[in-house]
Design a protein around this ligand. Sequence first.
Ligand SMILES: Nc1ncnc2c1ncn2[C@@H]1O[C@H](COP(=O)(O)OP(=O)(O)OP(=O)(O)O)[C@@H](O)[C@H]1O
Ligand SMILES: [Mg+2]
Length: 463
Amino acid sequence: MRDYMDKNKKHECIYKKILDNSYDEIFVVDGEDRVVYVNDACEKHYGLKPEDMIGKNVKELVELGYWYPRVDVQPYVYKTKKSFTVEQTTILNKKLVTTIVPVLDERGEVELVVQNVREKTGLEDYKDELEKIRFLLEDKSEKEESEGFFDQKDFGFLTYNNKMKRIMKITSKAASVGSTILILGESGTGKGLIAKTIHNCSERKKEPFIAINCGAIPENLLESELFGYETGAFTGADKTGRVGLIELAKNGTLFLDEIGEITPRIQVKLLHVLQNREYYSIGGRKVKTTNAAIIAATNRNLEEMVSSGEFRQDLYYRLNIMEVTIPPLRKRIEEIAPLTYYFLEKLNKKYNSKNEISKELLDLFRKYSWPGNVRELENLVERMIITTEKDLLEIDNLPEVFIERMNRVNKGNLTSLDDLKDRYEAKLIKEYYEECGTTRKLAEKLDISQTRAARLVKKYLNS
Ligand SMILES: Nc1ncnc2c1ncn2[C@@H]1O[C@H](COP(=O)(O)OP(=O)(O)OP(=O)(O)O)[C@@H](O)[C@H]1O
Ligand SMILES: [Mg+2]
């Protein structure tokens, strides 16, 4: 009997290994539409780990926008008990071909639905079959539901985190009605890209989007860029005068990046624009009006700058009518994998390469705290694609400077509960294993299964 059990266990292990290592995604759903199994391949399709998907309801995943369109498998498969194939697009913009196969129990009823999911290479032609099941696709309603998401992605902006999605929703509404928006957040969190996306998702999208980096140019130049000047306004000015960016923005959006850097004089002028929607160009006598929506961004702490007198309080209040803070990447860990895959795809195209990323490296990315945020991630992926000769990016291919930085940055914050638990567990297992000598005795001593004891020994002693 024992022998039989061992054999069974061994087989189970082998089956699991085969499934986990299958290049195609295997996705199994039960009668209640719950995911009962999915292999590691899901990560490259949705950016989610199997443990993030197993136990979830399919509807919930579809609503979060992980793939589109939703295929109402239940009524069809349960009635016909036949398999069929559909095409789907995922949150990472992967085009998938999914074959859905019902598994029947001994009474001939559907017990499970197994889906074999393969990335479309262009070689497969499932057209005929697709025609047949077209009626199953709830095309319109689904598209409408996830429209916000797909719109944003068309502009190269990926949102995956609920907080970010909420930010995008409220800000594009605010932008449509012309409300001023202030975007705060650490460097590299995507403030610039978000400003552009807000504009593109708003009703102003057909109007101009004019951006200026207030920190990059001296006061006088910034003033003439923003407000424009009349003929002969100052020595060295163009004879014909110059149209300012506020005017160029028309009914669109004016994006003032690094607003924390503007000098007191420009602060006053800008306050006037925000309050009265009016301004004078340099040397001009005729008042000009503007209807542009203003989006401002900074990585500085404006509130502190107000307290220290560096930034006008009244201007700050005008700007922060709608203030959003973009969380740093380390606070949106679930976006790390999708962003990595997104950059891989984008940069593979640029460099005509076909790099993939190892699971271990991706896990490491999730643990790193990314002080340079999304920009740092994007730059690292680009650098690795350029410098790695083989197609798989692995931990070994990380540039030396990155490893050094990672050690430095991560050293400071090894205090999470999980880290502490791991360290304590490692200490305990090492001590007890030395004392017991075998995993069987260790299992007895700690009142755990021998498999678990063996796993722990392998984890902490052999690595
Ligand atoms: N959600 C995202 N999806 C896709 N790309 C992103 C996302 N967020 C940031 N990026 C990319 O990361 C890089 C940095 O973004 P961006 O320049 O907008 O950051 P920032 O917050 O304005 O930084 P800084 O404060 O230094 O100006 C850009 O190349 C941008 O395209
Ligand atoms: Mg920026």
